[in-house]
Design a protein around this ligand. Structure first.
Ligand code: MN3
Length: 241
């Protein structure tokens, strides 16, 4: 048995004890979503695991109320609009979201975005981008610091509720963008399209209890949580490396 599968088995055993279900596959592996990925997956860490940067109460409400509601409403919309999760992948649905209702758009986006968000954070991650992604960030933005500034600017400038993203575009280039509400760069209606590498929720529900109106402080803290190992996997998959 390989080390990683041993670690995974041990992790599943541990999280099983804690009563937490865990997604069984890397999140965007081949962009091939199983039926279950239309449903809310377990958080891969405890509500308080991202302290002090994101507080436990925010995580609990965000996961059990906000995100759970997107998943439930997505299921309802799939029934009403005859989308079969057994034959359609979530990214495929997002890529033709303009053909569906606002309810489908908001909740398919909301569900995808939050599942992505939980996994792109982890306690005590690497402190900067890794390997191929680090190289690509330096090439595209000059340095990690310059990238952080540009990403934070996009997150701060998103008026109202939405998300900031680092994506790989179809031409293989990295880009920073932001989307309103629960839209994302996989949607055919997105202004800037591409595959998400990292994404930050800048809805007030994601930070208000701890940071109130100080969105820039939340953004600044968030760098302490970015799962750069997973971000690099997203980058390699999205750019076919
Ligand atoms: Mn949210």
């Amino acid at each position: 048995m390989s080390n990683s599968s041993q670690n995974r088995r041990q992790f599943l055993k541990n999280t099983g004890k804690a009563g937490i279900a865990l997604a069984t596959a890397p999140f965007i592996s081949s962009w091939n979503f199983a039926t279950s990925e239309f449903q809310q997956q377990g958080l891969p860490y405890a509500y308080n695991a991202l302290e002090p940067y994101i507080d436990a109460m925010t995580m609990e409400i965000h996961y059990t109320k906000h995100a759970a509601t997107y998943a439930k409403n997505l299921a309802d919309a799939c029934v009403a609009e005859k989308v079969n999760p057994e034959t359609t992948s979530l990214p495929t649905l997002l890529s033709s979201i303009s053909k569906y209702s606002a309810k489908m758009r908001n909740n398919a986006g909301g569900h995808f975005n939050h599942e992505f968000f939980w996994k792109i954070m982890k306690p005590s991650p690497a402190t900067s981008p890794q390997n191929e992604l680090a190289e690509a960030i330096n090439k595209s933005f000059g340095s990690y610091t310059a990238f952080q500034t540009a990403f934070a600017d996009a997150a701060k400038a998103r008026f109202g509720s939405g998300w900031a993203w680092l994506i790989v575009k179809a031409d293989g280039q990295l880009a920073i963008c932001s989307t309103a509400n629960q839209d994302n760069p996989l949607m055919d209606i997105a202004e800037v399209k591409g595959s998400p590498i990292i994404g930050l929720d800048v809805w007030e529900h994601a930070y208000y209890l701890k940071y109130q109106n100080r969105r820039p402080d939340y953004i600044n803290s968030w760098w302490n949580l970015v799962n750069w190992e997973l971000a690099n996997k997203h980058f390699l998959e999205a750019s076919n490396k």
